[in-house]
Design a protein around this ligand. Structure first.
Ligand code: PMP
Length: 354
């Protein structure tokens, strides 16, 4: 039976990518060696790394604009700290839109003075605050473009008088934006790129080297840039798989092409949530995420029936995050429209049964 994978992360990868990745595990390029047993300094892997780095910049429209792409380790969670270590001299401004923003603030607070320009914590992070001011005498502004747990997404970004750092873990490469508005972007691979184990960082070089602290080498973007993202042994398999996904996306027509498909999936999903009286959306309508749709059952008595039907239809990974409950349909780039249609069909069938 076909499984429809709505997992929030690690999450669905395309069959094409999985096939190529699995072939490389057995025999990379018909050289008789696995990708997993060759030196990361070999030409074969250096080519992969360089291709992944340039594809990332190309897809974001940032080639030749002073940006560098790095594939690092430690997850997006390490970036919470690394951003602060590299950019924070005295004070920084954060927008608090969810658990991950909150964690980023906590990490940065260990060092210096942080203000929250706005927060939606008091409303269970169900909306994106708007109309806030970004002070011009701060070192940088940090935001989270898509809130994976609560299902909200920033639809526009404020004009900022200071450098902008953005956690795009759960919507990178999913929609067209003017990426030059951002000075630093980071994203764990395990949603729109590849398996867990690497984090993409795209940074504008001229914002670096401005803090007075001594930054430990592994935490220093400049060190990673100077070593071509090979300061230490990189996670070869997640990077190779991410490169394959970026290649797949480029062949599909890039971000513009996938954005159209993502918008269609979100329209189908949210219209069912809104029209079916058995379900209620969690996030504020205008801030709804095209990647993670969060919703609950109005009548909890139907939980068992609904979940049995989901299982029978091969729908997997729909449980909401433990802090929100209910359901979360993650519709990342690799999820086909057919999977969303399969889920919507179960939801409407439940309505006829109830
Ligand atoms: N930021 C966002 C928006 C996330 O969704 C996640 C993980 N789900 C993280 C940060 C943390 O990523 P990691 O587990 O790679 O540290």
């Amino acid at each position: 039976m076909k499984i429809h994978n709505f997992s929030a992360g690690p999450s669905i990868l395309t069959q094409e990518v999985l096939l190529k990745a699995s072939e490389a595990v057995l025999d990379y390029n018909n050289d008789g060696l696995s990708l997993l047993e060759i030196s990361h300094r070999s030409k074969a892997f250096v080519d992969i790394m360089e291709k992944a780095r340039s594809l990332a910049l190309e897809l974001l429209g940032l080639e030749g604009k002073g940006y560098k792409a790095l594939f690092l380790q430690g997850g997006a969670s390490t970036q919470f700290l690394m951003v602060a270590l590299n950019l924070l001299e005295k004070k920084a401004a954060y927008l608090n839109t969810g658990t991950w923003s909150d964690k980023a603030i906590k990490e940065a607070k260990m060092h210096d003075d942080i203000i929250e320009v706005a927060s939606s914590k008091d409303a269970g992070y169900s909306y994106i605050p708007k109309g806030f001011e970004i002070p011009s005498d701060y070192d940088y502004f940090h935001c989270t473009s898509n809130n994976t747990i609560f299902g909200t997404q920033m639809k526009s970004f404020p004009d900022s008088p200071i450098p902008v750092a953005c956690d795009m873990s759960s919507d990178i490469f999913s929609r067209s934006l003017d990426f030059t508005k951002f000075d630093l972007i980071y994203a764990g691979a395990q949603k729109n790129m590849g398996p867990a184990g690497t984090t993409l960082v795209v940074v504008k070089e001229d914002i670096l080297g401005k803090v007075s602290r001594k930054i430990p080498s592994m935490m220093d973007y400049k060190v990673h840039i100077s070593k071509g993202s090979m300061f230490n042994t990189p996670p070869v398999f997640p990077i190779y798989t991410s490169m394959l996904t970026l290649e797949w996306l480029k062949n599909l027509g890039g971000i513009k092409a996938i954005e159209e498909i993502n918008e269609m999936k979100a329209r189908v999903m949210y219209s069912e949530i809104d029209l079916n009286p058995l379900f209620k959306g969690y996030a504020n309508k205008e801030d709804r995420s095209n990647m993670n749709a969060t919703f609950t059952l109005v009548n909890e008595d139907l939980k068992e029936t609904f979940e049995t039907m989901l299982k029978e239809a091969g729908i997997s990974g729909l449980n909401g995050h433990r802090s929100v409950g209910g359901y979360r349909a993650s519709m990342y780039n690799a999820l086909p429209l057919d999977s969303v249609k399969a889920l919507v069909e179960v939801m409407s069938e439940l309505e006829t049964k109830a």
